[in-house]
Ligand binder design. Structure first.
Ligand SMILES: Nc1ncnc2c1ncn2[C@@H]1O[C@H](COP(=O)(O)OP(=O)(O)OP(=O)(O)O)[C@@H](O)[C@H]1O
Ligand SMILES: Nc1ccn([C@H]2C[C@H](O)[C@@H](COP(=O)(O)O)O2)c(=O)n1
Ligand SMILES: [Mg+2]
Length: 236
């Protein structure tokens, strides 16, 4: 968990805070916003963060494979969709807007989603993060870079035929408001139009690992395993 190491008195100037914030390293830049709000100075984390974005269409198996990655490699799993659903359940100020957006198969404004992710990262003791279902748009991607101040180390793309994704979502049976044919069609359109450009962006940056997301869950995980095994020594 992030620790505040000093409680700053109001006599400390904002320029001092700005200078302090500008000296923060990669980890610390996650919390620059908080520092600038003069709420306190955040202790640096001991390890550099290792960030994996987990992308793929609706029902491609992102959440299912994230559970296996957590079990095998000890990552913290942050699902953007789960964080948004938690906001709806908590009846927060943004809850109604988020619910309508999800029902429509659209994308919630990036600022809202990134702030939720940021909060979870700050609260975590882990330095290895799986960020599931994010970024879904170029706006999401840029917003994360601006607010969090880091780029992903790895981007996984679960590449699954549409027919299979629709079948899986309709069989999911978790009571999700977006698991119906009408919303799935909209989500697939959004995925093609807004998410594929993000996937292409990371492909061009050489960060993309494409997984053929058909077969059993275990068969798919055997494609995922070597990716993280290769990083295990360096990431810790
Ligand atoms: N390889 C697989 N074969 C068959 N069914 C699968 C497979 N992997 C996952 N499923 C099932 O498909 C459904 C969708 O999987 P999951 O929730 O992991 O997808 P997702 O990519 O996280 O979807 P969403 O973006 O909608 O959250 C779940 O009911 C899950 O149990
Ligand atoms: N970056 C994100 C992630 C999710 N949402 C919204 C819209 C999605 O259809 C819904 C469910 O997400 P999932 O559980 O399928 O990952 O949540 C978003 O707006 N932005
Ligand atoms: Mg999911």
């Amino acid at each position: 968990m992030w620790r505040r190491v000093a409680s700053l008195s109001s006599s400390i100037s904002s320029s001092f805070l700005a200078q302090t914030a500008s000296r923060l390293n990669t980890w610390e830049s996650l919390t620059t916003g908080i520092a600038q709000q003069a709420k306190g100075v955040i202790a640096p984390k001991e390890k550099t963060p290792f960030i994996t974005f987990v992308l793929g269409g609706p029902g491609s198996g992102k959440g299912t494979q994230c559970i296996k990655i957590v079990e095998t490699f000890g990552f913290a799993h942050l699902s953007a969709g789960d964080l948004l659903r938690r906001e709806i359940a908590s009846k927060s100020a943004d809850g109604a807007m988020i619910l309508n957006t999800i029902k429509e198969g659209k994308i919630v404004p990036s600022q809202v989603t990134v702030k939720l992710i940021q909060k979870e990262m700050e609260l975590s003791d882990n330095h290895k993060f799986l960020i599931d279902g994010f970024p879904r748009t170029e706006e999401n991607r840029v917003s994360f870079e601006q607010i969090i101040g880091v780029e992903p180390n790895v981007v996984l793309f679960f590449d699954c035929p549409e027919e299979e994704m629709v079948k899986r979502v309709l069989n999911r049976n978790e009571g999700r408001v977006d698991d119906n044919l009408e919303t799935i069609k909209k989500r697939l359109t959004v995925f093609q139009a807004l998410s594929l450009p993000v996937i292409n962006y990371y492909s061009e940056k050489g960060k993309l690992y494409t997984i053929k997301a058909i077969g059993t869950e275990d068969e798919i995980f055997e494609q995922v395993r070597p990716i993280f095994a290769a990083f295990e020594q360096t990431v810790g």
